[in-house]
Design a protein around this ligand. Structure first.
Ligand code: GAP
Length: 435
């Protein structure tokens, strides 16, 4: 179904997925806080990425590098010189716009005036700060605009300590910061966001084949987690779109409410970064092939995804509405591995014998699943709330449970109910919620 951005923004706020940051002070444009449900969904997305990219593979290891890095890193990587967007300012309303995002190069999308733009100038997207108490050029540092450079500068440490042979990858999940000129579309483009990046080092002659491999592997990851494949496509970058380091890039695109837009970039970064860091640091980062007695710079294939943006896309993709007995039912059809709660435990009423029984069931399942015990409102309304936040199964503890030591398990998608004895509940849920 097609949904609007407002629908998702409202649901996010109402149910506690995402809140505007600094809201009690009027909000801070383009910064967001993840509420109890949002943080769980985001964690699950990152966890699934890590599981598929690191845990389930023998050729990729993890890393967590610092957000603050030496300024020289960004000089070597080219970011200080060219990580810019062309920007114009409207003389009438003083809003700033990215030239490449304007649908009409002469028309201000904010005030509607024509011919008011200043000359375009390049605006560097890196946030600047100072290391230590003195505010000077010598101790200027940048907040990282990508996690990737943390991987390149640790390449030799990781390779030698882990005794890695080509091909191998280094994966990292973490915050990145970009002073975007036009943030927007809710959490799609923000100034503080999280990335999930992996640099896959290989022999230059094998780069083409690994590039294809990673396009397919990453596309499959989204499909496997339930993303509708009609909302996914691969788009190859034109030559004039390529980043300064890339010999070829494709975007995995998602059909957002405003149209197709980037979810993940997969780039052939060639040997650009290792060469640059060798030149700037003086450390030889070439790989030594003992058999051939040859030193060379490996090529790098980089699948670079946004964790916050991907979380947003899963939220949109899962959203569904249907009519049930004359009433609208909103359901988030999230894969159970992503859903904030896999289970809700609901005592039929607030009577102590039911709430105590429900708490015992919850205590048994808590070490295995993320779950919520909900005692407020009528049972029908509680089911609707759990549907709306994507909980795959609701377990109801009712008056019969006291006698038959069984509970009712309701399926979010089919709304069918099974009666399951409590001593068989773990086994039953293992089949419904596989790892
Ligand atoms: N290391 C390569 C790199 O950073 P990118 O295409 O600029 O490539 C990778 O970023 C991914 O990070 C994007 O596909 C997107 O999902 C996410 N991303 C980039 N800028 C973002 C922003 N301002 N807000 C949210 N996500 C962003």
């Amino acid at each position: 179904m097609s949904i609007t951005l407002d629908t998702i923004t409202n649901l996010s706020k109402r149910r506690g997925f995402v809140f505007p940051s600094s809201e009690i002070y009027g909000g801070l444009r383009s910064a967001y806080d993840y509420g109890p449900l949002g943080v769980q969904l985001l964690r699950n997305v990152k966890e699934e990425w890590w599981r598929s990219m690191v845990q389930l593979r023998g050729d990729v290891v993890g890393l967590d590098s610092a957000v603050l890095q030496a300024r020289k890193v960004w000089q070597a990587s080219g970011h200080e010189a060219v990580f810019t967007d062309p920007m114009v300012e409207c003389r009438n309303c003083h809003t700033r716009h990215r030239v490449d995002k304007l649908t009409d190069p002469d028309l201000c999308p904010n005030c509607g005036q024509r011919g008011q733009f200043t000359e375009a100038r390049d605006f560097n997207l890196m946030f600047r700060t100072n290391m230590g108490p003195v505010d000077s050029d010598e101790n200027l540092v940048y907040l990282r605009p990508e996690t990737a450079q943390g991987i390149f500068i640790n390449y030799e440490n990781v390779r030698t300590t882990q005794r890695l042979k080509l091909p191998f990858g280094i994966a990292q999940v973490g915050k990145s910061f970009r002073n975007e000129i036009t943030p927007g579309q809710f959490v799609f483009r923000t100034r503080e966001f999280e990335q999930m990046e992996m640099e896959y080092f290989c022999r230059p002659e094998e780069a083409g084949q690994w590039f294809e491999y990673w396009i397919e592997t990453r596309s499959e990851w989204y499909r496997n987690l339930g993303m509708n494949e009609n909302n996914l496509r691969i788009r190859k970058h034109d030559d004039d779109e390529l980043s300064h380091y890339s010999a070829g890039t494709v975007d995995v695109e998602y059909r957002f409410p405003w149209g197709w837009d980037e979810l993940e970039g997969i780039a052939n970064r060639t040997d650009f970064d290792l060469r640059q860091h060798t030149e700037h640091s003086g450390q030889d980062l070439r790989y030594y092939d003992q058999e051939a007695d040859l030193r060379f710079f490996p090529y790098v294939i980089e699948p670079a995804a946004g964790a916050t943006r991907t979380t947003f896309a899963f939220l949109i993709d899962a959203y569904d509405e249907e009519e049930v007995r004359g009433e609208k039912r909103v359901v988030l059809r999230l894969d159970h591995r992503l859903a904030p709660y896999q289970l809700a435990v609901l005592p039929l009423s607030k009577k102590p014998e039911l709430t105590e029984g429900a708490e015992r069931v919850a205590a048994m399942l808590r070490p295995l699943y993320n779950l919520e015990v909900d005692v407020t409102q009528a049972i029908g309304r509680r089911y609707r709330r759990q549907d709306e936040i994507g909980t795959p199964y609701c377990i109801t503890y009712d008056f019969d449970s006291i006698e038959d030591a069984a509970v009712t398990v309701r399926d979010r998608d089919t709304m069918e109910q099974d009666r399951v004895s409590i001593d068989r509940l773990e086994e039953y849920l293992r089949t419904k919620l596989p790892v």
